[in-house]
Design a protein around this ligand. Structure first.
Ligand code: ZN
Length: 568
């Protein structure tokens, strides 16, 4: 059985159970949970007149038998058992167990049981292995239980409780049903001049395989419309040996570093001219992409893999020796930032056309210090040896891409050399089938516009628009890239907005004035949320959106970007 560590971790915070005074419980109306599910040691049903009540309460509100709880809230779970008269006076173990499923995989729940210290253990559904929540109780006519009073882990929980006699297990037939998730709250901030809701027809075609270029790995794509923060650390930069072309003679070291950082952002932003993704310089500790300048080649983590890199480590390296001319500087930055936003090498495209001369490539690269393995995984092995094609957004192969390595004539077959689609440089150069590109190719531009589209429509009646001119870098109140959600149905001034979790469709409602801008965050506590959610205005269709929020400690503000997600 798979043990959910978050459940265990959170549950360990609960310090056992305690018994409420009876008069307190008596004042709290507990929902009826119906009759018993009573089984003998062979799991065969037996008759029982025991009945159950119980509920979950947040913020001292009423106890409910079904609830949708914010993962940050304390959940109090209490229960009451009206014991079958024939069992009263018998010695039994009081037991509590929970069926737990991840919100995104509810079809596969696991069972856990609570022991007398409130600790959680996996349970195999064998009554003989069920640890007591309260051992060896002489059953009263009514048994009151205080089951839990702490935060719950994110997921779908069903709570069962009851008692275990020597020959039977008696538990509630109808469980407490609790969904726990991160529920964002909305605040209203900036007043707008014009209501943002309008009729709009979006004629942008759906993502089409034929239109795509480049090799974009979908699983590591940043949210569309995101502003990625880029941090710089120059401590290992060897400016003496490799002076940068942007650092003029006599320039102070700090000015030189600033000029270099600015130039990096400028070149990286070539992608932003065509794709809906932006870069800005930021403090190291708050950056999505962290750059060092070490003389060990240039490289980058692919896309959101960078989020798994510890804060003191860099996610992208630019060797100054790669940046010695304006051309090389630009080429290198555009190429490495492409990796940083989820793009892979074009020459390992699933649609690769070449017949590789493997021995020659390995021998040539060996001269440059590459192992055969490294050469295979960087040049020869097609991506399809490691991934399925559906993991990528791509079709036609582009020998002019900024993401292709230069390819020597001796690396490919005669048939490749004769085909200008595969070897455009073969006619005009002595050595190359494909020359190194310095600029974005036309297909690069088209490809990034598909991978990070500016405007999309799912065809379900809602659409979301981003206007890059609306982005205001460095403003404390709104530092995300903001967008306009357009619904096809008419709306009134006062909007009823329902937020949905896309899998469970659990719902939260807010009223919000049409002229106000809404920003998502959770009150008071720094947090990071990266979630998909749905939004519905009135009776409109549900739009699925992607929100990323981070707490900016420096500016004491949340930075949120929300974007419409294709394919959800
Ligand atoms: Zn590369």
């Amino acid at each position: 059985m798979k043990i959910n560590s978050s459940l265990i971790r959170v549950a360990c915070l609960a310090i056992g159970y305690y018994t409420l005074p009876l008069n307190v419980l008596a004042q709290q109306a507990l929902p009826d949970l119906g009759a018993a599910q009573a089984t003998d040691v062979d799991n065969q049903p037996v008759a029982s007149a025991t009945t159950f009540a119980g509920g979950v309460s947040v913020n001292a509100l009423a106890f409910l038998k079904e609830d949708n709880i914010d993962v940050q809230k304390q959940a109090k779970i209490v229960a009451s058992i009206t014991v079958d008269p024939k069992d009263v006076g018998q010695i039994a173990d009081i037991v509590v167990y929970v069926s737990f499923a991840n919100l995104d995989n509810q079809g596969n729940p696991a069972l856990f049981m609570l022991d007398e210290n409130g600790e959680v253990f996996p349970w195999d559904f064998d009554p003989l292995n069920l640890v007591p929540f309260i051992p060896q109780v002489k059953l009263q006519g009514t048994q009151q239980l205080d089951i839990y009073n702490s935060q719950l882990p994110e997921g779908k929980l069903q709570v069962f409780f009851g008692y275990l006699l020597a020959d039977a297990l008696i538990v509630n037939q109808q469980p407490l049903d609790i969904a726990v998730e991160a529920i964002p709250s909305i605040i209203q901030d900036v007043e707008l001049e014009e209501p943002e809701l309008a009729m709009e027809i979006d004629i942008t075609p759906m993502l089409s395989e034929e239109a795509d270029r480049l090799v974009g790995q979908l699983g590591v794509r940043w949210p569309i419309g995101a502003v990625l923060k880029v941090g710089f650390d120059f401590t290992e930069a060897q400016f003496e040996e490799y002076p940068s072309p942007v650092c003029l003679g006599g320039m102070a070291k700090e000015d030189c570093e600033n000029a270099l950082a600015e130039q990096v952002i400028t070149y990286a932003s070539e992608w932003s001219q065509y794709g809906n993704l932006y870069f800005k310089k930021a403090a190291w500790d708050h950056s999505d992409i962290r750059i060092r300048f070490r003389e060990v080649g240039s490289y980058s983590y692919i896309g959101t893999n960078a989020k798994g890199v510890s804060r003191d480590q860099h996610t992208l390296n630019l060797a100054l020796s790669f940046l010695q001319t304006d051309r090389a500087f630009k080429r290198t930055v555009i190429h490495e930032f492409a990796h940083a936003i989820g793009l892979l090498h074009e020459h390992i495209s699933p649609n690769i056309a070449y017949t590789w001369n493997e021995e020659q490539i390995i021998a040539d690269m060996e001269q440059r210090g590459w192992s055969a393995d490294k050469t295979r995984s960087n040049i020869i092995d097609n991506l399809l040896t490691r991934h399925s094609k559906s993991a990528f957004l791509t079709t036609k192969f582009d020998p002019l891409s900024i993401m292709i390595y230069p390819i020597a004539k001796q690396w490919v077959s005669k048939a490749d050399l004769a085909d200008p689609e595969r070897c455009p440089a073969a006619e005009t150069t002595d050595y190359y089938c494909v020359e190194r590109g310095d600029e974005l190719s036309e297909r690069d531009k088209q490809g990034i516009a598909q991978f990070y589209p500016r405007r999309e429509k799912q065809g379900n009646g809602c659409s979301m628009t981003y206007d890059p001119t609306e982005y205001q870098a460095g403003t404390p109140n709104w530092d995300g890239h903001r967008g306009l959600i357009v619904f096809n149905n008419p709306t009134s001034n006062e909007l009823k907005i329902n937020l949905y979790h896309p899998e469970t469709l659990n719902r939260q409602s807010w009223s919000i004035a049409a002229k106000k801008r809404a920003r998502l965050f959770r009150k008071g506590i720094p947090f990071e949320v990266n979630m998909a959610w749905g939004i519905q205005v009135g009776e409109s269709p549900i739009c699925i959106l992607k929100t990323v929020s981070t707490w900016d400690e420096e500016n004491k503000t949340f930075q949120t970007s929300t974007s419409y997600m294709p394919g959800l």
